[in-house]
Design a protein around this ligand. Sequence first.
Ligand code: GAR
Length: 214
Amino acid sequence: MKSYVILISGRGSNMQALLDAQLPGACVAVISNRPEAAGLAWAAARGLPTAVVDHKRYASRESFDAALAEEIERQAGGRADFVFLAGFMRILTAGFVERFAGRLVNIHPSLLPAFPGLHTHETALRTGVRVHGCTVHFVTATLDCGPIIVQAVVPVLPGDTVQELAARVLEQEHLAYPQAARGLLAGRCRLEDGRVLWRDDTTSPAAALRVPAG
Ligand code: GAR
């Protein structure tokens, strides 16, 4: 069975969605860069090993990333098949990304390549886009960039507040991330020439795109 590690920084609702989805793989640990991350207690209560690699204790991004990589491998007892970033709010160095190339996956609350970085829902409302959503993608050295595994689309409705739009997107994040993780763990999608190919793409384009009904 394939193994994975989840990295969080806060609430951890995407982590919960992954763990509730009964994926075809074993979560070997949840690691946070913030000791106070609420998701740690949830994971520990669920009986999962948890660890903290506190970025404030490291003088440089390189030294933090090296410690994080070591902790991931220590918890996995060697090589983790996948590392799922679930609200992990640290920019990772090129060296870290290279070390986990093809195994490092992130969820971002926008339809990339639109709106990389922070405040995606505010930007969506400000620019007047009619659709918004989330993206699960492989991580590359460029922030919020990299081969797209799954995207989910939601409408932007007249009068939406940031909170309403964020909640609509988050509901889809909790479905899109397990969908992507399941595909990866089950070997139903893979990286080829910098793009993600789904095995069932020919019969079901919906594999990589969620468009909720209603
Ligand atoms: C989620 O909306 C996730 O997409 C976002 O942070 C939130 C974490 O919530 N991630 C990023 O913005 C990464 N660039 P969670 O802790 O409840 O999963």
